[in-house]
Design a protein around this ligand. Structure first.
Ligand code: C2E
Ligand code: CA
Ligand code: CA
Ligand code: CA
Length: 279
């Protein structure tokens, strides 16, 4: 065992392969990322399709490590969960996101909604309602402006305890969105039992909407399903004017994607809202 900086030990053995070593290095850095202020949030605008106005943003987590560089959330979020770090990271990002949305209001940008991602294991391992309530208290943000994004894989293998956790989030006044809807192989019957307000159509359907009739029909079906259950529907990964028009024509409520904007720093998001012209 060899000491590697304050509070961490990394174990290298001759049998450990390069991937395991890289992972061990990542884990060591990740365990200190919060105290070194290496996390930040970026904000991807969510646009109202009816009038082209900005309805809010999805907060996406970024980790910039001084040695390793930028690491994708797809890579480090699962690791953070395995290491038991997802509670403090989740607390940090929930507060940071709520503070930012409160600052938009105070800057006169309007009542913009903020969406926060929570992974299945994060919901299982932590008390997301308490984390959110603290962040709301501390930031002064109205819970009505918060959306919590969950995925279908949470629903797939979870019982009444998970439903109760989500209901507590909803009881605070926040909304719940199902992210990547249509990709999780979950039986649709969960929509009866889970407190769900918003369906986010996965990017894979949107990107094929104009080339593939099946994807087009699936999008239409998801919009009809969501609306018939009183939900709002968001199209994700909209990259072209044609994809935008497709969703508008079918009555989709909201959209996000490179067509409108990539995820932006806090400062650039504010400029985006100030300068936004419907397109
Ligand atoms: P997601 O929640 O489905 O986020 C959407 C991802 O698609 C983001 O990648 C975003 O940058 C990307 N994207 C947005 N518009 C477009 C587009 O028009 N075209 C294409 N090709 N991509 C687009 P990102 O930021 O790398 O996040 C990846 C995933 O990591 C997220 O998927 C989410 O599952 C997870 N993640 C990100 N932030 C957090 C977080 O704060 N907490 C948790 N638990 N997971 C997070
Ligand atoms: Ca999401
Ligand atoms: Ca998504
Ligand atoms: Ca995703």
């Amino acid at each position: 065992a060899k000491a590697a900086g304050r509070g961490t030990f990394r174990f290298f053995t001759p049998t450990m392969d390069a991937r395991a070593q890289a992972r061990s290095r990542l884990a060591g850095e990740l365990s200190e990322a919060l105290e070194h202020n290496e996390f930040s949030l970026v904000f991807q605008p969510v646009v109202n399709l009816a009038d082209g106005s900005v309805g809010g943003a999805e907060a996406l987590l970024r980790w910039q490590n001084r040695y390793i560089g930028a690491v994708n959330p797809d890579q480090f979020v699962p690791l953070a969960e395995e290491m038991g770090l997802i509670l403090p990271i989740g607390e940090w990002l929930t507060l940071a996101a709520c503070r930012e949305a409160k600052a938009w209001q105070q800057a006169g940008l309007g009542d913009l909604r903020i969406a926060i991602n929570v992974s299945p294991r994060q919901v299982q391992q932590t008390d997301i309602a308490t984390t959110l309530r603290r962040a709301l208290d501390e930031s002064g943000l109205s819970p009505r402006l918060v959306t919590v994004e969950i995925t279908e894989s949470l629903i797939l293998n979870s019982g009444t305890e998970i439903i109760r956790k989500l209901e507590r989030v909803r009881d605070l006044g926040a909304r719940i969105a199902v992210d990547d809807f249509g990709t999780g192989y979950a039986s649709l019957s969960y929509l009866k039992h889970f407190p769900v307000d918003i369906l986010k159509i996965d990017r894979s359907f949107v990107s094929e909407a104009l080339n593939n009739a099946d994807d087009a029909r699936l999008i239409e079906a998801i919009i009809a399903l969501g609306h018939s259950l009183g939900m709002k529907v968001v199209g994700e990964g909209v990259e072209t004017r044609q994809q935008q028009a497709f969703l508008v024509e079918r009555g989709c409520d909201l959209a996000q994607g490179y067509r409108f904007s990539p995820p932006l720093s806090a400062e650039r998001f504010r400029d985006f809202v100030r300068n936004f012209e419907p397109q």
